[in-house]
Every structure is written in C-alpha cells, then in structure tokens.
Design a protein around this ligand. Structure first.
Ligand code: PRP
Ligand code: URA
Length: 212
C-alpha cells in the first residue's frame, strides 16, 4: 500500500497499472517501453486535465444549434529531457494543439544536483495551463528546478504529470511548490543509495532511448 499525500493523486486505472508493470519489467526492450510510455501518457492525460477550465461555445450540427465547450486556456506541455519526451508524445496525441516547452535537465549522478543545459519556451504563456512532464520523481531535484524555471517564465497554473514517485521526492517537491498538484501512477516506498527509486523502473531516459 502506498502513502497518501495532500495534492497528490495516484491514478490506478487497470490499463495504467498494466502499462506501468510493462515499464517496470527489466525484460522490456526500448520499442515496447516507448509504446507503453505513449499509452500510459494518453491515459494519464485524462486525469491531469480533469480540472482544466473550459469555456462555453455554440456550434451548429447538421441539424441544429447546440452548446458545447472548448478549453478556456491554451495548454503548454513542459517535458523534462530526456525521459519526459516519451510521455509528451502520448499527451500530444490527446491534445494535438498543445504547445511544447523543452526543459533540458539532467541529474548529476555524483552530487544529485540538477544541471540545466537547454531551455526553450513558447512566448507569453502566462495565461496557459502548463503540464510539467517527467516519469520519475526521485529526490525531486529535477522537477523542483523545472517548475522554478517555468515560474520564472511566468507560468501561473502548473500540473505535474509523473509516473513513479516516492515519499522523499514528493515531500521535497511539495515543500518547494506546494500549489502544484502531482498526478502520478505510483508512490514507491524508497530510494536506494544511488537515489534510484525502488522498485521503480530503472533509468527512464536510458530505457526510453536504449542508451543503458
Ligand atoms: C531522470 C528523470 C528525472 C530525474 C529524477 O532524468 O527523468 O528527470 O532523473 O531524479 P530526481 O528527482 O532525483 O532529480 P536523468 O537525470 O537521468 O536525465 P535523462 O532523462 O537525460 O537520462
Ligand atoms: N532517475 C531515473 O530515471 N530513475 C530513478 O529511479 C531515479 C532517477
């Protein structure tokens, strides 16, 4: 059983659990890993966008006028490179008109400090609903730094789409960004001595891109 935290939603749909199990399996090769990242991202998109505001619109069907909705604000996806890219592909299939901000960050494996090597943001996105995307929330260093960069660029409403988190990472992230909801597929029990999530799924970037 996983711990529960305020402002953290653990999404437990059977298809999400099935894909997460495939991702966790050390026998899963990169092609299937990428396929299930895209699948799970599509499913998680429904949860992460559940509370985005909508605006009413009128449309005419072939038979009559009717009312519907559109998204109230543009959506900006902000995947953390590299591993966030695999998830962002699936989210884009669900929100094809989303803009994408790229955040190049890696964790220095000696110090565990996040190193920023690339940033590219759409202009004027302060009115957008931003979805920060990273499959792994371990120490929290990378996602905390990424959310701070988004804030510096004017992002006001941020949601964090994650797959595997752990208590120390969630606690650190919430101390730094208490207003950002974390939508995850699992809260694993702990970090190992190299700050990898256990049981986790290993190095998400290496497994996605076959660089292990
Ligand atoms: C992984 C992962 C997160 C980070 C999580 O990226 O995708 O960004 O580690 O660890 P943290 O919570 O302790 O910061 P990594 O640094 O391995 O970069 P990569 O995706 O380019 O391999
Ligand atoms: N980064 C990963 O890719 N996996 C972990 O378990 C921790 C950090």
């Amino acid at each position: 059983m996983s711990a529960s935290f305020e402002n953290v939603q653990v999404v437990t749909h059977p298809l999400i659990k099935r894909s997460l199990t495939v991702l966790r399996n050390a026998e899963t090769a990169s092609a299937a890993f990428r396929q299930h990242l895209r699948l799970i991202a599509r499913l998680m998109t429904l949860a992460v966008t559940e509370s985005v505001p909508v605006a009413p619109v009128q449309v005419r069907t072939p038979l009559a006028d009717t009312s519907g909705v559109t998204l109230a604000h543009p959506i900006v996806l902000a995947p953390i490179l590299r591993a966030g890219l695999g998830l962002a592909d699936g989210v884009l299939e669900m929100i094809p008109d989303a803009q994408v901000a790229h955040l190049g960050l890696y964790r220095d494996e000696e110090t565990l400090a996040p190193k920023v090597y690339y940033q590219n943001f759409p202009s004027g996105f302060s009115e957008s609903d931003v979805i920060l995307i990273d499959p792994m929330l371990a120490t929290g260093g990378s996602s905390i730094a990424a959310a701070s960069l988004l804030r510096e660029q004017g992002a006001q409403t941020i949601r964090f789409l994650n797959l595997v988190s752990c208590p120390p990472g969630i606690e650190a992230f919430q101390r730094a960004h208490p207003d950002i909801p974390v939508i995850t597929a699992a809260i694993d029990p702990e970090l190992d001595e190299r700050a990898y999530i256990v049981p986790g799924l290993g190095d998400a970037g290496d497994r996605t891109f076959g660089t292990a």
